[in-house]
Unconditional design. Sequence first.
Length: 688
Amino acid sequence: LSRKIMPGDEELGKKDDDHKPGATVRLPNWPFSGIPLRWRRRRIILAIVGLYLMYLFIHNIPDLGELNFNTNGPHARPIVTPQNDGYQAYDEEPTGPPKGFSVPKNGSPPPRTFNGQIRYYRLAASLHKASNTQGYRPTNRNVLFAISNLKSASTLLPMICETAKWSRNHVHAAFFGREDIPLADILEINGINEESCPAFWHDARPDYMEWSSEQRSESSVGAAMTHIQSYLHPQVAIMDDSLSEDPFFVRGLRTRAKALDIPIIEIPKDRVENFMWITRLDSGSLRNWHHPEVDILIQAPPDSSGGIVRLLKSIKEADYVGLKPPRLTIELPADIDGGVKHYLENFAWPPASMENPLATSQVTLRRRISRQHARQEDSAIRFLELFFPTNTANSHVLLLSPQAQLSPLYFHYIKYVLLEHKYSQFEETDADNLMGVSLELPSVLLDGRTKLTPPETSDMATLRYKRMFPETPSAPFLWQAPNSHAALYFGDKWAELHSFLSNRVTKQHQSSKSAARPKLVSKTLPSWTEYMLELMRARGYSLLYPAMAASETFVTIHHELYHLPEEYRSPSKGDEDNDAYAPSTDLNEPFLVADTPPPLPKNPESTVIPLSRPLHRAMPFEGDLPEIPHLPYLLYNGKMVPPANATIVARDYANRFRETVGGCKIPEGKHRVIEPGNTKDLFCFGDE
């Protein structure tokens, strides 16, 4: 707080009526000193009375301001507080009822009608203690937990201490309640001490809080938040469920936080353990809590209802309480399976049981008209056109195969990884080459035949996890491989894929003699994955794959109803087996297709993680997400390389791609300028 808001140390805790005019005032030699003493005495008395009336007027202006406190206004009341810490603050604070009130008889609660001036006797000392948290900076590491009653305190205190334990933020806890119990006693009742829980504890209650009216109580929350903002600039405010907190507190906090641009995270009732993963996030990730938006994209195959219905049921049964549910886009074939059609007619999304029963439907159905057999290129274009981010920074797409079945915790994991790797203020640059997050851990490489050997914890670029978690055999890793079964792709990378495919197709059509390239991705995967692999290799992008789990995963892929991608099926309507493999004879196809059918996928089907297991307990390393530079890195062929070498490999591949596919002849010593989100540097169209 500035000197204008917070008085100097020598003024802390003093009441305004302590500052009385001096008893002795020397009068100068006035030029009209010859006026009779009677007149001079009268003028002196009138002057003193006038000054006193002016003093009373100025002194009482704050009272009017507090009685009509506008929580949306830009100004706040000064903190009037003693200089000393601890219980001395309670000693100097007025005790008993306010003037004009009497102590209730028979143990009755005091009347909540007091509307007097708001003063904070306990807040300044703790705010001064937090001066080393760089709260004067608009962007910092301060995270605020706000509490209004003892029940919410017992709920949030474990989360407060867990956040402090991870040491990623400066953790502050502020108590705004009516209970006239010293803050130290509240902590002691809950078994909390500063050594085991190194957070900053703030008593944001004003004087006479237990006597205060609803209006004064609500105003006091807003005023205290303004002082906290001036000193700490908290990046986020975390509170218990609004139905568990006091109504005056909820109104005051929401109104003032909106005016101060402080996002609020509300922990759903009885879900603290399920949200314990947020204690691992830094202030940058938490500040962006409400920014990410996810669209789910599903392509329904023809003549099959079991897979898509099972997938939609698992989506609907997942846990979204306290989270913004994703939107849902489903592409239907020209000939819709009867079972799918019937299920979709009664499918409601988001579920009506969620917080807003009047929410509009977030389902978009797209039905194809043409029954014409699609080529590799056409199929890839049609699929990518199903989604484009509204905001490349915050709009992301989750691709799901109809063969997938999701864990109820899948969206918690998506949200967690998104916030950590896309919005953390410490991983902003580290995640530049991260294209997205896979929910699935495949058992084979992209060729569909070679077994994938997941990296071990000892393969990480730091020994920390090996020392701390010696019994954890495998670790998350980066792999230069697209995933079409269950993967989230970041909005900026998906938009870049649009740019790449547009330029790639244009160049393919311009070059009449362009030869088809060898196909590296199995025909069991859709054709767009081949284009994505080219982009990933040219840019050095990778997906984050989860650690190998013994039995439970975020998604399981069922293969009993497996269908070949449409572009690799037989186009003949007369065939008995319309799902039969058909090698392409089109010389204009961009990738060579083998004459023999691909082997059917045989990934082991695992059990999905149940809702009863909190996310941080279902993940390795106690739910900690290692930093991107510490993760093992696999090339598309499964070869492990140091992360720094991946950039060199990508640069060499990009240069070859420019020549063989992009049609570029770059003079020696020259290089193409790479623009973020644009892939034009990989192609030459004669307008360079």
